[in-house]
Design a protein around this ligand. Structure first.
Ligand code: SAM
Length: 228
């Protein structure tokens, strides 16, 4: 019963990986990968007791206790050097929380694991974090499930990463070039939302000109990407 979203994430986990899934909730992702022999080892990390117990239950139910360790811990504190983690998934959270988890656990990234991130919001901040930490985005995906649109960002550590433009950070270097129907839908909706906000703001008094300018620039940017 893996969701379309987590299935898409699973596709980016290399065969035989040693995976850490942080904020695993029911541990559906590591369970699926364990059942299908796609990972050689996995850690499911959870900071909240309820989800941690859900994860424990799921892993025991599937008879995966030898392969998937379930740990109650904050962020990357769930993993140790001995785990030899080479792939980290952090999914279903906001971009700021994903960046916070990565920042707090920097020492756990010494082996330069592949990062597969699925922020619900704040994708731009995630891309900025990756760039700042010498992670190169190697592919991206945008999918729709139950009327929600999700982005998946896959990155690998590189000695020297390629430069990103402002459009790359905002829209995604791969997504903006691919311009899939879901991408177009996402940004059409966002543009409409911003146009509405702009309208409301203009009606109000004493709105800083700066704020209006910024909105107008973003709306134009979206228009350019959609029409370009
Ligand atoms: N990753 C799953 C998915 O994509 O379906 C679950 C997403 S769920 C919305 C987010 C989970 O992250 C929650 O279970 C929450 O307890 C957990 N979480 C939030 N902050 C965390 C942290 N600092 N360390 C570990 N888990 C965290």
């Amino acid at each position: 019963h893996l969701s379309t979203r987590l299935l898409a994430v699973a596709e980016h986990v290399p065969l035989g990986a040693r995976l850490a899934d942080i904020g695993s909730d029911h541990a559906y992702l590591p369970a699926y990968l364990g059942i299908n022999n796609r990972v050689s080892y996995a850690v499911a990390g959870e900071v909240v007791e309820g989800p941690y117990l859900n994860a424990l239950h799921e892993i025991q139910k599937e008879g995966l206790a030898q392969k998937v360790a379930v740990r109650l811990a904050d962020g990357l504190a769930a993993i140790t050097q001995e785990d030899e983690i080479d792939t980290i998934t952090i999914c279903g959270m906001g971009g700021p929380l994903i960046c916070h988890i990565l920042n707090e656990g920097k020492d756990k990234l010494a082996r330069k694991p592949r990062l597969i991130l699925q922020p619900n919001i704040g994708e731009r901040q995630v891309r900025e974090w990756l760039k700042e930490h010498s992670y190169q985005i190697i592919t991206e995906e945008i999918i729709e499930e139950d009327k929600h649109i999700y982005e998946i960002i896959v990155a690998e550590w590189k000695e020297k990463t390629t430069e990103l433009t402002d459009d790359d950070y905002l829209f995604g270097p791969f997504l903006r070039k691919e311009k899939s129907p879901i991408f177009v839908k996402k940004w059409q909706k966002e543009r409409e939302k911003l146009l509405h906000v702009l309208n409301e703001i203009k009606k109000a008094r004493q709105v800083p000109l700066e704020q209006i300018k910024m909105l107008e620039i973003k709306i134009k940017k979206i228009g350019d990407v959609l029409n370009g």
